[in-house]
Write a protein that binds this ligand. Structure first.
Ligand code: HEM
Length: 135
């Protein structure tokens, strides 16, 4: 709709904006990893926004836009689900570590980097699909 000057429904513009907010937070969280507690809470917040927008906006839209986007949207959804699973595993380990006063080593550096990359791809792919369909 009018929000970003495209033909997309308002909710889709809101989703795009929210995904870019999470991208900024992800990058901040990646650059500023210490203290680990702040990093953990920031990433938990990003995960909650992503799960929320997936359940409330993107998953229902999948049923409507599947025929327009085709295979790319299936790849997008699969990668999105993988990043949510990875993020949830870190989040569960983080919450348990905080609760039990254990060291906050919730994942290896390589796994964190992998999660970041797998997270960024659906954002970029989603943006390309948005541009193709609505601009
Ligand atoms: C880390 C997880 C994910 C991220 C960062 C992400 C990001 C994005 C972005 C930036 C867009 C473009 C904005 C828009 O068109 O609304 C988008 C669109 C979309 N996403 Fe995701 N997404 C994720 C997971 C998922 C999952 C798991 C599904 C399906 C179950 C999904 C389904 C869709 C659909 C159908 C659209 C197109 C909406 C439309 O044009 O009507 N996404 N996503």
């Amino acid at each position: 709709m009018v929000l970003l000057g495209s033909t997309a429904p308002l909710l889709i513009d809101i989703n795009l904006i929210l995904q870019y907010m999470t991208l900024i937070l992800l990058v901040i969280g990646y650059i500023k990893r210490k203290p680990f507690k702040t990093h953990g809470y920031l990433m938990l917040f990003v995960l909650i926004i992503t799960i929320g927008t997936t359940i409330l906006i993107m998953a229902p839209r999948l049923l409507i836009t599947l025929s327009s986007y085709g295979y790319p949207i299936i790849a997008h959804a699969l990668l999105g689900i993988i990043s949510i699973i990875l993020g949830s595993l870190f989040a569960i380990r983080f919450i348990l570590a905080v609760r039990n006063n254990r060291p906050l080593t919730c994942g290896t550096k390589i796994m964190m980097r992998l999660a970041l990359v797998v997270w960024i791809i659906p954002i970029l792919a989603g943006t390309m699909m948005y541009i193709t369909l609505y601009l």
